[in-house]
Every structure is written in C-alpha cells, then in structure tokens.
Write a protein that binds this ligand. Structure first.
Ligand SMILES: NC(=O)c1ccc[n+]([C@@H]2O[C@H](COP(=O)([O-])OP(=O)(O)OC[C@H]3O[C@@H](n4cnc5c(N)ncnc54)[C@H](O)[C@@H]3O)[C@@H](O)[C@H]2O)c1
Length: 434
C-alpha cells in the first residue's frame, strides 16, 4: 500500500478547517493542531466547528474524519512526522494597531521544537510585510536549532477564502506563492496544484506578504469610497445605489456598495498590517478609509435617531430591534461585527433586541432567532446584515407586527418607495430622503 504523505495544519479556524479538509480529500494524511481543546474535540468527534452556511464543506470534513485522514490534537508532535506544516493561526493587530504576532510566534516556536530536517513550513495567515524573514524564520530557527534554507524550507501562500465560500474559493481561486528559494516554491506549487483549479503565481516572501495585505486594503479603501458617496447622496436626497449602477456603466469603473460598516477578522486589520509592517511609512489614504468605514455604525445610529424623531418616539421609550449580528450575510462570524459597534450607540434606548439566525449573543446581548419575536411591538427595525432569512420580510410584515413601523436599512434590502407607500418611516445608508 502506498504511504500517504503526512501534513500538519496549525490553527483550525476559518482558514485551517477547509485547508485540512481539502488536503485530506486529496489523499494527504492530515494532522490538525489547535490550542483550543474544544475545537480539537469537535474535529475528532466529526462536528463541523464553524458557524454559518458553508456549502459541501461540513460533509466533506466529517467524511475525512470518518476515513481516518483527518485528526486533531492540542499537541504539536504531529509536526514531527509531517513533510509540510501549514500555519493558519489568527494574526490580529493590537490596540496600537501594530501587528500582534503572539500567536504566530508561539506557533512557529512549537513547530520549531518538533519539525524534522527538510520540512517545508507554509504560512497561510495574513501577515505584515517582513514577518516571514523577520519573525517567523528566526522563531523557528531558534526553537529548532536549525538553519533556514539548509535545514528547513519556507513559503508564504496567503489564503483567499471568505466565510460562506470557503470551499469554493480554496478550490477555484488563483494563489500567490512567496517562497524562500526554488525548492520551497516547487514543493508548495506541487501541493497547491492539487487543491485549486486557479493559477499559481510564484514570487518572493515579502512580495507575497504585501500582495495579500494590499488586496484587502484595496477593498477596504474602495468600500470607504462607496460609503462616502453614499453619505453625500443621503444629503442630496439621491439614491447612491442608482448612482453606483450608472457609474459602473462607464468602462473600467467598479464602484462598490455603501453599507452599515466593515467587519470580519480581515478587512479591519489587514490595512494596519500593511501600513505598520516594519517600515516608517506615513500613510494618509488608508487610515482615512478605515476611519470612514469604522464610522458607519455610528451613522446607522444617527439614522435611527432621525427615524425616532419622525415617529415622535422618545429614545427612552423606544423599542428597537437590530437584524443581523454577524459581519457578513449568512455567516455566524461575528468578529469585529459593525453590529457590535452599533449596539454601543443604542445603549440608552428603552428596549433593545437583536435577531440573528446563527448567533446566540453579541457583546453580552442575547440574540433571538425568531423574526416575529424581534419585530413584535418594536418601533424601529434596523438591518445591519442581509441574511437570506430577511428576504421574506415585506412592508406588511412590519405593519402587522410592529408598534410604529420605522425601518433603518444598512444593506439596501428594501425599496424606499414601497416602504413609503406602505406608510413606514424609512431611512437607508446611501438613500436620500426626498
Ligand atoms: N477568515 C477568513 O475568511 C480569512 C481569509 C483569508 C485569510 N485569513 C487569515 O488567515 C488567518 C487565520 O484566520 P481565521 O479566520 O482562520 O482565524 P480563526 O480565529 O478562525 O482561527 C485561528 C485558529 O488558530 C488557533 N490558534 C491560535 N494560536 C495558535 C497557536 N499558537 N497554536 C495553535 N493554534 C492556534 C485558534 O485557536 C483558532 O482556532 C489570519 O491571519 C487571517 O487574517 C482569514
């Protein structure tokens, strides 16, 4: 019988779980490692640990566990048998917005203590420019007593998945592979060519770091631009979504959607990784874009205030229901969710309710999963996330269940005209009131 090639994956989250699953599906013998004992137990028990809708991935993971191709542990000794070790730990920024590499360094040191000569370490986590050579390599060298290049190989292949599309992106998107040398690149290409139908682009380690942080920063800046146009349109009584549609009829324009805010593990911190990544840059545009996007939940709160004024309801009497607590539609990922920020602006309302199909609580506020419970007797319904559960809501739903129907729409879910025709007070991000 042919021996299956062993690989280890450190960090079993939104990036590590799909990676482990696909590698097992491609015939590798996969050892997952995580510091979270519950996460490890879930994987070994065949319980898919990520919340939200992930087409085909949960069944595939369970199948890999049942076939004995995927198992997990909190110990790092699995790295000692692996020819390739992937690093998929979270890489946040600190309160000073500088890279917080604590988890990354800890993972690298544990890997260093366990790897054998000739191992290839591939970092999939998003990291600030200079981290592979300045942080990861020295941590492994120090712990392993080995020399970079001679005793172990190194590559950085930043991940491009997103919640809701984990399996699809992993198996279809092109990848950038930054490598220490030719052997590191060739070995990484051999593995990734089995996983994705997309193209594989080879480059050096630092270029790959900048590519990933720049691609997310670019998106953040584009969203900030759309948000700013949305705010201008609101003031001018114009619909920014119609403006966007018409702007995008001009070739080479790709205006994004304005909305209630930007969240998730990645977009709120990757721009800071780029600008604070070991150089003395003096950025202006990127921090300003972050400020615009971070300000959107506060703007949503202002729209709630306007709606209450028009409804003639005092804040302390108001019953307010927030719909959507995750950062993304149909996902249970609540990291840096704009709803968390909005709730801090709504502390002084009479009664605050939150609905989400996937979460139990957000920032200490209990979440209901029943739409009618959230809407019944409410004065204002605030839509922060376009979960598909909200597709079935019509103006008559609001009229039947709410006390005084007011709607604040942060995701362009409803038609302002239809709301107005139904006698509902309606405000929306990017939607001017005429
Ligand atoms: N979430 C996404 O959609 C996405 C997309 C592209 C890139 N990324 C990047 O990938 C990385 C991982 O993101 P994620 O969303 O999977 O994070 P996550 O928080 O879902 O998962 C990280 C896992 O790593 C574990 N971990 C932390 N420190 C560890 C250590 N020292 N040893 C072992 N396990 C450890 C945590 O317990 C957790 O289970 C980040 O750098 C992120 O920016 C994420």
């Amino acid at each position: 019988m042919v021996q299956q090639e062993k690989v280890a994956i450190v960090g079993l989250g939104y990036v590590g779980i799909p990676l482990a699953t696909v590698l097992a599906d491609k015939g590798y013998d996969v050892h997952g490692i995580d510091v979270d004992a519950k996460r490890v137990a879930d994987v070994n028990d065949g319980v898919f640990p990520l919340k939200g809708v992930e087409p085909d991935l949960p069944d595939m993971m369970v199948d890999a566990v049942e076939k004995g191709r995927l198992r997990a542990s909190t110990a790092f000794d699995g790295c000692g048998e692996a020819r390739t070790v992937f690093v998929c730990v979270d890489t946040p920024v600190g309160a000073d917005r500088k890279p917080d590499n604590e988890r990354l360094v800890s993972a690298a040191e544990h890997i260093g203590q366990n790897i054998v000569k000739g191992a290839l370490i591939i970092v999939e986590s998003t990291i600030a420019p200079g981290t592979m050579l300045g942080v990861v390599a020295p941590a492994i060298e120090g712990a392993a007593g080995m020399r970079l290049g001679e005793d172990f190989k190194l590559a950085h292949c930043p991940e491009r998945v997103m919640p809701g599309r984990l399996l699809h992106n992993l198996t279809h998107y092109s990848r950038v592979i930054g490598a220490l040398d030719d052997e590191s690149a060739e070995r990484a290409v051999e593995i990734y060519s089995k996983m994705t139908k997309g193209e594989l682009h080879r480059t050096d380690l630092t270029t790959a770091e900048i590519v990933k942080t720049a691609e997310n920063t670019y998106r953040d800046v584009q969203i900030a631009f759309a948000n700013e146009v949305g705010l201008i349109c609101e003031k001018l009584g114009v619909d920014a979504f119609e403006v966007r549609r018409l702007v995008n009829t001009c070739p080479f324009r790709d205006m994004h959607l304005p909305g209630a805010g930007v969240g998730g593990h990645c977009l709120p911190k990757d721009p800071w990784l780029l600008v604070h990544g070991g150089c003395e840059a003096d950025p202006v545009l990127i921090p300003t874009a972050r400020e615009v996007n971070d300000g959107m939940p506060s703007h949503m709160a202002d729209l709630v205030g306007d709606t209450l004024t028009e409804l003639k309801v005092g804040r302390s009497d108001a019953v307010v229901a927030v719909f959507g607590a995750s950062f993304l539609e149909n996902s249970g990922d609540a990291r840096n969710s704009p709803t968390q920020s909005l709730l801090t602006h709504l502390e002084n309302v009479g009664e605050l309710r939150v609905h989400d199909p996937y979460l139990e609580d957000i920032g200490g506020v209990a979440v209901t999963r029943t739409l009618a419970d959230a809407l019944k007797g409410a004065d204002v319904a605030i839509f922060m996330v376009a979960h598909s559960d909200y597709d079935s809501i019509t103006p008559s739903t609001f009229k039947e269940l709410m006390r005084r129907p007011g709607v604040v729409d942060g995701r362009n879910i409803f038609s302002g005209e239809k709301m107005k025709d139904a006698g509902i007070v309606y405000r929306g991000v990017g939607k001017g009131v005429t």
